[in-house]
Design a protein around this ligand. Structure first.
Ligand code: ADP
Length: 491
């Protein structure tokens, strides 16, 4: 095991269990525990949203955001990291500012650029105020994109920052944080950065591009996605910039937290079970059917837990639904997102009330019950940086059907009945027909109970924990320290 003793600050706009809308929160809440158990001094920082309350204040300082002088209050909590040696704790810092973050949701406000400019600036000032200067700042997604450049700028006047390296992780390239150019002024950066070789992106300033340009190392959350985003098809306009930094661009697959997501102990599911008591698993299926108003039966139960957005392949899923339902299956979906999909799936439930259950909303308990009670978990994504839903599903014995893209491609191997190899069903072409065909194959194996049980048991035994990936992150941080660059200001 690596025991590098690095000081790491992980920065993210959402961290489970404090604030979560998607997979980023899971990663930001679970990777630090694994890094801690590998001997690092790791701490986590996120905004203090309205839904986060009741934590102690440990300090405050002013932050200049363009013309505004704002106060940042630091509150603190911790994340528990259990290991065979006992319990340890990751310190968590919440950056609190009433004006920017005391609001009813996390994102999508007209002053989004200013909110996260404040956050990026405040992260550096917090390190100085707490006298915690990390070896590596690990930034995640566009909300943290200016931190690598701010570190380099800060190092010009304050030598404590000279030794600090940055790592920028792209969890989803689609969300880029592109805003009018005055955001540079808010960040205290000169207009010389408004340049195609710097952070200008089609007439705007891009937080995502800033992270890609100035971090010492960059990574995405699977090897396949790290390659895909260097092509025009998946590059979201940034493929050229990514190709330029190809030698500093890595892919590390996400893990899931094996303590939180453990069917043997998870208090959210009806009855705990392991790979060797699949009869108990079945009781979870019946209980789920009862809870959501589906007929209690042994028909294959297909589950979906997803943000309802274009990326997730919901158009082909909707198109395929009549054919899928003709295979004599039951279907349950939990999700929230675009109105169009919310309405389309609600209409589907009206049309097939005895075979389809649909829940619009975010519900962590129901999500776990779907993982534990469904037989098959569908993720037909158009693109998928890593994907966590299918990893959680596998741990709970729900067999994934996935499209061959990004992290789905790296973690699911197509099942072959003859050799018994594989852990799911994979299709490649982005079409309702290809998806239906994969469901048909899965259902046909399901009807052969002996094969199916073996597949479920073997899949539940696979290791998608953070152990391996956290060690890869530690190596990546060392790379970042080795590649630390001085950045010349654009002329
Ligand atoms: P993404 O980050 O693109 O949303 P991932 O598969 O990486 O997709 O992560 C999704 C995470 O969010 C999983 O933990 C999943 O269980 C959870 N999730 C998604 N939608 C919901 C929902 N409506 N209710 C509860 N949990 C959800």
């Amino acid at each position: 095991m690596l025991d590098t003793g690095l000081k790491i600050l992980l920065v993210a706009s959402e961290v489970a269990p404090f604030a979560k809308t998607g997979g980023l929160a899971d990663v930001a809440g679970s990777l630090p525990k694994a890094l801690l158990l590998q001997g690092n001094d790791v701490r986590v920082v996120l905004p203090r949203y309205r839904s986060i309350s009741g934590f102690n204040t440990i300090g405050d300082f002013p932050v200049q955001v363009g013309p505004r002088k704002e106060t940042c209050i630091v509150r603190t909590s911790q994340i528990e990291a259990k290991s065979p040696e006992g319990v340890r704790f990751v310190p968590v810092y919440f950056l609190d500012n009433y004006h920017y973050f005391d609001r009813e949701r996390y994102y999508m406000f007209p002053d989004e650029a200013e909110r996260f400019a404040f956050f990026d600036l405040a992260c550096l000032k917090m390190c100085e105020a707490l006298n915690f200067i990390p070896d590596v700042v690990h930034c995640n997604d566009w909300q943290t994109g200016f931190i690598p450049l701010l570190i380099k700028e800060r190092a010009r006047n304050n030598p404590v920052w000279e030794g600090v390296a940055s790592c920028f992780t792209i969890h989803n390239l689609r969300y880029q944080g592109n805003f009018p150019r005055d955001v540079l002024y808010l960040l205290g950066l000169g207009q010389e950065y408004f340049h195609p070789e710097a952070v200008e992106f089609y007439g705007q300033v891009s937080f995502m591009k800033a992270g890609i340009m100035y971090a010492d190392v960059i990574n995405t959350v699977s090897v396949t996605y790290s390659r895909e985003i260097q092509t025009p098809e998946y590059g979201e306009g940034l493929d050229g910039v990514l190709r330029k930094r190809a030698k500093d661009l890595y892919g590390i697959i996400n893990g899931i937290n094996y303590h939180e997501f453990d069917p043997k102990t998870d208090p959210r599911i009806f009855k705990n079970f392991g790979p060797d008591d699949l009869e108990v698993r079945k009781e979870n299926k019946y209980a789920l059917q009862r809870e959501v108003g589906l007929p209690i039966s042994d028909k294959p139960l297909i589950g979906v837990v997803s943000r309802l957005v274009d990326q997730k392949g919901l158009d082909i899923l909707l198109e395929a639904m009549p054919s899928i339902l003709s295979l004599d299956v039951e279907f349950i979906l939990l999700g929230t997102g675009d109105k169009f999909y919310e309405e389309a799936f609600s209409a589907l439930k009206k049309r097939y009330p005895d075979r389809v259950a649909v829940f619009i909303g975010f519900n962590g308990v129901l999500a776990q019950r779907i993982y534990a009670g469904s037989d098959i978990f569908v993720m037909p994504s158009r693109f998928e940086p890593c994907g966590l839903g299918h990893l959680i599903a596998m741990r709970y014995g729900s067999i994934p059907i996935v499209r061959k893209t990004g992290g789905l491609r790296d973690t699911v191997m197509d099942y072959d009945r003859d050799s018994g190899t594989g852990n799911g069903f994979v299709f490649e072409e982005y079409s309702a027909e290809a998806l239906t065909e994969a469901v048909r194959r899965a259902v046909s194996v399901y009807r052969d109970a002996g094969y199916w049980q073996r597949l479920v048991r073997d899949t539940m035994g696979l290791d998608f924990s953070w152990n391996k990936s956290a060690a890869l992150y530690t190596e990546l941080y060392l790379e970042a320290l080795g590649r630390k660059r001085r950045v010349e200001r654009p002329a």
